[in-house]
Design a binder for this molecule. Sequence first.
Ligand SMILES: *Cc1c(COP(=O)(O)O)cnc(C)c1O
Length: 375
Amino acid sequence: MTAAVQADAPSMEIDLGRLGENWRTVRGRYTGAELGAVVKCDAYGLGLDPVVAALSAQGCRQYWTLDFDEARRARALAPQAEIFVLDGLRGAPARAFREWRLIPVLNDPDEIALAARAAPLTVAIALDTGLGRLGLRPEAVRALAARGLDGLRVRAWVTQPASFSTPEGPESQGLYDRFLDLTAPLPRAARSLAISASVFARPEHHLDMARVGSALYGVDTTPGRALPLRPVARLDAPVLQVAELPAGAGIGYDGQFRCPRPMRVATLGIGYAHGLPYALMNRGAVRFGAHAAPIVGGISMGLTSVDVTGLPLHLAVPGARAEIFGDRQRIEDLAAQAGLPANALLSLAAAVCRKRYHGLRPDQPLASSLSESLP
Ligand SMILES: *Cc1c(COP(=O)(O)O)cnc(C)c1O
């Protein structure tokens, strides 16, 4: 299939060369022994298959998938890798995990008992250090330490940090201490605490094994700490029409915006059905080159209006494309204006928009399109 941009639809470009660069940046920062990539939820929407292929070419040998189906897809692309399944045993019988050499992340005592009946089996076990979501509560950890592991081979003790946006803060220290306390009486296995934010924070918290997602995809989860990461995804949308509107004209439903003066307004072919948050009504901007064009009126299902008054005339014309996020506009900034985490914007837009891939190999020019995926 050729990788043409559909003239009337948004398009997401995914630069696998930059994904590789981010992998090398994280690799250079992480001081623990083992670094794995989180590719859950179709690699945050970017496409599990191309992402696993690109990261495997960089030497990545550990993947963290959401469920059994994703894990099998990763296995097909990375025959030698260790593949962890965050949903645990829920998606398939335990023997299927052994056959496919997948490592379920077990989250509660019942699941551990179920896995033990299929022993020998290699598993990871999640401990709750304050997130209150998945993982063994402290009393269950103590019971497990006393009872033993019934033939299960534990590859890693895992905890998900309940606080990561300020990795140098007291909360991070607290959950690090709790994790060390919890794992102390347990059999020795790799301790996995570090996620993207941790890799760029205190090396003493890196421990043995990291699970990194956002940083690889160029998303900074620590506001105010500009990290040395490159955006991997760029979303753009076509200009469908440009109109000169007189002062007082309305834009959008029910007078969502009223022109305070004569304005030139471009209608873009992107809306909330493509993942552009409705909360951006009269908020935020898109980019034409270096120029910002503020959003005016509401976000419709498939359309959004932007103010292009004063922009060089040739930039915003029908057929031109506006950058929604990418190099000119950080996804973190646009998401913040909508009150969202960047990953919420990224994963939703990536799941619904047509994607084009560039630069699978780092030595390939970025402009050489490799493939296209239709949602
Ligand atoms: C999503 C997830 C990660 C990755 O977090 P990032 O901040 O994106 O690096 C790590 N561990 C678990 C258990 C996760 O669910």
